[in-house]
Ligand binder design. Sequence first.
Ligand SMILES: Cc1cc2nc3c(=O)[nH]c(=O)nc-3n(C[C@H](O)[C@H](O)[C@H](O)COP(=O)(O)O)c2cc1C
Length: 165
Amino acid sequence: MTVGIVYYSRTGNTRKAAELLADKIKAKGQSVEFVEIEAVRRPGFLSAGHASQQQKELPIKNEPVDLGKYDFVVFGIPVWAGLPSPMLKSFLTKVPGNPRVPAACFLCGGGKAGKQDRGTTCLKEWVTGKGFVLREPVLVLQMGRGGIRSQSISVDEFLTAVLPR
Ligand SMILES: Cc1cc2nc3c(=O)[nH]c(=O)nc-3n(C[C@H](O)[C@H](O)[C@H](O)COP(=O)(O)O)c2cc1C
């Protein structure tokens, strides 16, 4: 089975989490490919927050990619102003629709708090709206300087719940 991990990371936290997930998936004997969403220009804090509140797409460098080639797709995205970064929204416009591929999602917030209910609902809508078969739960990670500060469930529990057997 080949797992595609699609992620955007402005300051490195979501990349770190994507790498952690990849190591654990590889340890289960599966192969992993990363698809990094790359901004044309890294947005500043204020413009990132504003774009997210408005759910405004931001320009990305990625070419169209068919995620239907993967057996399973994981989407990882930071939380901006309570919502998933619209970088993923921009990326999904470049992906052929209705792949019917099973998929799972994780969100990376910052600081202590946060169930990220709005962000989770929005992310689920984007992914199912594009025709992926979403497997739950959505993993919520609150990141700090030293890595994961708190999490909705452990990464191992998350992978056990979502990875196809
Ligand atoms: C514009 C902006 C808004 C943010 N809003 C939130 C928020 O509402 N809730 C939260 O938990 N973290 C928020 N954060 C913090 C990031 O989600 C957090 O630092 C995340 O781990 C960053 O991931 P990255 O390093 O992969 O970019 C915000 C960060 C930015 C840049």
